[in-house]
Design a protein around this ligand. Structure first.
Ligand SMILES: *Cc1c(COP(=O)(O)O)cnc(C)c1O
Length: 433
């Protein structure tokens, strides 16, 4: 079967120039097409469920800027609120009422959050929360899981997911051994391994941090009892439980994955959706722990642009749209239908495939599965995934250029978009089978 031609000559020109200007031609490694082959597509604009490249091709977008675009790109409500806000100035460097407004919305929605600190990225939120875990408990060690990504701070670049996993990088050079010597790792969904780490390191572990649904090692869900078990274990050992909800926050439900699963951590990190497409991160949790953060307490953490009025405005508008009744039911139904269509298309083409969805997040692996952790995920056929990725691009569907990233739907995706995507998967899977 021949695939439709895709003219990307202008993209190629721009990306070729970019390579001598910026390392790898990109501002973030996950945007490169290294693991799927070919060159990245250079975007010109995004709107609703679609992205248009500089050659004028239109794609149905399932990355959504890696998560933030859950209401659809450039939602008119968000755009006009931003236009109004920008007239009042882009950054105050002083308190503004919008911070209270977004803080109240986050505190009302997310079960674990009694107080919150705004920062500028998910990375910043995670590195700050680790400092907080350590300062509150007076302990240094932390447990993370293989394939989970918590931003690019030194302490977390141990068996990390996202681009680190996609590009097959070892734990990054330039990270001093001393910085990661306190980072312990366990396989996801392996409660026994966590128990052992606690037993081997008595009174030394500050806490456990994890993605409550993994999106950075492909899409992996927690087994029943895993989150509950971590909640019990951390309590038992005087350690803190931290959910990194930078990806899942306000995507899995209006209160995040913690609300969906009914397991409340001590602290939570957020980003992506709560910034509505502008640079925002946040960490929050129990008031007695947050009281450690300067200037209320001694743990130092600051930011020139933190809580700036533009980012707060985009976040507030986005959450307002999300809290309208029926939002998550719609996202869930649409994503389930897409996911079922993908799995069926794969099976019809005779490919080994597994996967699923929760709310507005989905994923599949080209292996028989089941996939419970990153080790299982590595059994998937990444070379074939690269061919699927290319075949989908040629059919106007933009997927993450990695077998180890989750997919995202938005309120802007129509039933017709989902139908077209499933049809594209049917053709693409047959083409690569
Ligand atoms: C994206 C992500 C981060 C990092 O956020 P940035 O804004 O890219 O720094 C951290 N944790 C998780 C779970 C993420 O998905």
């Amino acid at each position: 079967m021949s695939s439709p031609a895709l003219n990307t000559s202008r993209s190629e020109e721009i990306f070729t120039a970019a390579q001598s200007l910026m390392p790898g031609g990109v501002s973030s490694p996950v945007r490169a097409f290294k693991s799927v082959g070919g060159q990245p597509i250079v975007f010109d604009r995004v709107k609703g469920a679609y992205a248009w490249d500089v050659d004028g091709n239109r794609y149905i977008d399932y990355i959504g800027s890696w998560g933030p675009a859950i209401c659809g790109h450039a939602r008119p409500e968000v755009v006009s609120a931003l236009q109004e806000a920008v007239e009042k100035g882009t950054s105050f460097g002083a308190p503004c009422a919008l911070e209270n407004q977004l803080a109240e919305m986050v505190i009302d929605a997310v079960p674990s959050v009694e107080m919150v600190r705004f920062v500028n990225s998910g990375t910043e939120a995670c590195m700050s929360v680790l400092r907080l875990m350590r300062s509150f408990t007076g302990r240094e060690k932390v447990i993370k899981f293989e394939g989970c990504y918590h931003g690019h701070a030194d302490m977390f670049l141990v068996k990390a997911g996202s681009g680190v996993a996609t590009l097959g990088l070892p734990d990054s050079p330039g990270v001093p051994r001393a910085t990661t010597s306190s980072t312990l790792t366990a396989p996801y969904n392996d409660l026994e391994a966590v128990k052992e780490l606690f037993a081997e390191n008595p009174d030394a572990i500050a806490g456990v941090i994890l993605e409550p649904i993994v999106g950075n090692a492909g899409f992996i869900t927690p087994e029943p009892g895993f989150l509950e078990g971590l909640r019990e274990l951390t309590r038992e050992h005087g350690a803190l439980l931290v959910f990194d909800e930078v990806m899942t926050g306000f995507r899995i439900s209006y209160g995040g994955a913690q609300k969906h699963f009914g397991v409340t951590p001590d602290l939570t990190t957020m980003g992506k959706v709560i910034g509505g497409g502008l640079p925002v991160g946040a960490y929050g949790g129990r008031a007695d722990i947050m009281a450690m953060v300067a200037p209320a307490g001694p743990m130092y953490q600051a930011g020139t642009l933190s809580g700036n009025p533009l980012a707060m405005t985009a976040g507030i508008k986005t959450l307002e749209l999300l809290r309208e009744p029926g939002t998550y039911e719609r996202l869930e139904a649409m994503t389930q239908r897409l996911s079922a269509g993908i799995l069926e298309a794969g099976k019809d083409a005779g490919l080994p495939i597994c996967g699923g969805s929760v709310s507005a997040m989905f994923g599949f692996f080209l292996c028989a599965g089941p996939v419970h952790n990153f080790e299982d995920a590595k059994a998937s056929d990444t070379a074939r995934f690269g061919r699927v990725h290319r075949a989908m691009l040629e059919r106007g569907v933009y997927l993450a250029p990695s077998a180890f990233e989750a997919g995202f739907t938005s309120l802007a995706h129509s039933e017709a978009d989902i139908d077209a995507t499933i049809k594209a998967f049917q053709e693409s899977f047959r083409q690569v089978a």
